[in-house]
Design a protein around this ligand. Structure first.
Ligand code: 1HE
Length: 264
């Protein structure tokens, strides 16, 4: 059953070992305040304890309108730095945790909402989703990791265009720009995200950990360093008892084969 946290900013529900985490401030379009960030942090910790994967979605008509601008208006420069560093820490707990996160996006995926989505590992958008970085229009800059994560997904040129001109991308454009990996019909994003989360949750935990932690780090390494690290991770994962059992299951014809698309 859905279970709202103390502050009600986030709902939490465990389905088939998949945590469904809902941003729950629809009257403010799920804009993220300081308390809201702390609630997300608590929920990240709970999911890490209980779930094998997470689906992150927004209640109401939008995924997330980003930073709570009403709260931000009164901040000193140092409060702004601390706030941004806190977002970094909480979002890093998602990106570099131990389980995969799939975001299900609809409506506005804007500013800090896009930064939050960028810290998840797979993004599914329905056709109502739209993507923007209106920080320049608000007189501010990305502070939730966007200059690192969104720039790595979409490229600096796309991000610069979005930030300088206020360009708003459709779900289809966001897929072409590598911001999202799947586009589905309106209302279908959470169902698709759950299906993907179940697929990811059926992998060996250590492989998932390696995928979500090693790939982004290796991408930042020099080629030879990346290859060196890859060998160690490959050898470590392949020599676990779970890998031995999974490899044996395949050879004994007890495990599913890879199927060509469109075949059953
Ligand atoms: C908010 C916020 C918010 C809505 N902070 N209160 N983000 C933005 O610049 C996006 C600002 N929001 C919008 O452009 C629109 O609200 C939406 C396109 C997301 C949705 O439009 P709509 O017509 O459905 O809703 P609305 O009527 O604009 O907003 C409903 C209420 O939510 C309204 O409050 P009310 O008291 O008048 O009912 C809005 O003020 C409130 N609301 N968005 C506070 N963001 C770590 S750095 C990250 C930097 C950023 O994220 S910058 C981008 C901020």
């Amino acid at each position: 059953m859905a279970d709202a946290t103390a502050s009600n900013f986030v709902t939490y529900e465990l389905r088939d070992e998949i945590a469904h985490i809902g941003l729950n401030r629809p009257e403010k379009r799920n804009a993220i305040s300081d308390r809201f960030v702390e609630t997300i942090a608590e929920t990240v910790a709970r999911a890490e304890d209980e779930a094998k994967a997470v689906v992150l979605y927004g209640h109401g008509d939008h995924f997330c309108a980003g930073l709570d601008l009403a709260e931000h208006i009164k901040k000193t420069p140092m409060e702004g730095v601390r706030g941004s560093r806190r977002w970094h820490a909480v979002f890093a707990g998602i990106e570099h945790g131990t389980i995969p996160w799939i975001s299900a996006l609809h409506g506005a995926v804007v500013g800090g909402g896009l930064e939050l989505a960028a810290s998840t590992h797979i993004r599914v958008a329905d056709r109502s989703a739209f993507f923007a970085l209106p920080e320049g229009q608000r007189g501010i800059f990305v502070g939730g990791g966007g200059s690192v994560r969104v720039a790595r997904l979409a490229g600096v040129a796309r991000m610069t265009d979005m930030m300088l001109t206020g360009r708003v991308a459709t779900a289809e454009e966001a897929e072409r720009w590598n911001i999202v990996q799947y586009v589905v019909d309106k209302g279908e994003a959470r169902r698709k995200a759950h299906e993907l989360a179940c697929a990811a949750a059926s992998n060996a935990e250590i492989s998932n950990y390696a995928v979500i932690n090693a790939l982004p780090r290796i991408q930042d390494m020099a080629k030879e360093d990346g290859l060196f690290v890859e060998s160690f991770i490959a050898s470590f994962t392949a020599t676990t008892p779970e890998a031995e059992e999974r490899l044996r299951a395949f050879l004994d014809k007890r495990a599913a084969r890879v199927k060509a698309p469109g075949t059953s």
